[in-house]
Design a protein. Structure first.
Length: 58
């Protein structure tokens, strides 16, 4: 199954920003780790390590 790269990256980037804000508000290490994991996934998608679509075609 292929995922739409643009939509996936948009969602991951929103979640990364949310984690960045919450880690300071709640002083919770969970959000620090989650933010790091999301950054890693974004980097891997951009390097082409995951099977994602480049456009909206099925």
């Amino acid at each position: 199954m292929k995922l739409d790269k643009k939509r996936l990256l948009e969602c991951l980037e929103k979640e990364e920003v949310s984690c960045g804000k919450r880690k300071f508000q709640e002083k919770d290490r969970f959000y620090m780790g989650r933010e790091t994991a999301i950054r890693d996934v974004i980097a891997r998608i951009e390097l082409g390590e995951f099977d994602v679509r480049e456009d909206n075609q099925a």
